[in-house]
Write a protein that binds this ligand. Structure first.
Ligand code: 5GP
Length: 130
């Protein structure tokens, strides 16, 4: 099985979002602040699907919430809110979502929040098919 970096929770700087932050691969940038970057998801699942990431090296929400500075956390939360307002979904509604670890199917081991909106999104969590 392909390593994701989540197995040990040590940050792997070869992850795809680290490459975006270093400018090694392109992204469709939405906004950038001192501590955060927002860009369009490459495979959007809703008309608005923006990813917000911290510039710091954090694997997931678990890591970010434990280790990030207050300045990074404030910047990040404000950026998520601004992205939604600027995308025009603050009135119609949106969902912010962050996957941590295996049970949540986190694919990219650099902390990120998805901002989904622009259509009715449905219920929060799918029921298992068993
Ligand atoms: P996760 O499952 O880790 O919460 O979500 C990872 C997200 O990153 C997915 O929605 C996927 O489409 C997106 N993604 C993966 N690779 C790239 C990329 O190279 N560029 C962009 N913009 N998004 C990506």
């Amino acid at each position: 099985m392909k390593a994701t970096g989540l197995e040990t929770m040590t940050y792997d700087p070869s992850n795809i979002f680290a490459k975006i932050l270093r400018g090694e691969i392109p992204c469709k940038k939405v906004t950038e602040t001192a501590h955060s970057l927002a860009f369009h998801d490459i495979r959007p699942q809703t008309p608005v699907h923006v990813l917000v990431i911290p510039k710091g090296a954090y694997v997931s929400m678990d890591d970010f919430s434990a280790k990030a500075s207050e300045a990074e956390i404030v910047d990040f939360v404000r950026t998520v809110g601004k992205v939604a307002r600027d995308a025009g979904v603050a009135e119609s509604g949106y969902r912010m979502l962050s996957n941590h670890g295996a049970d949540a199917n986190q694919e990219v081991a650099h902390f990120h929040v998805h901002v989904f909106g622009g259509r009715r999104i449905g219920r929060m969590v799918e029921r298992p098919h068993d």
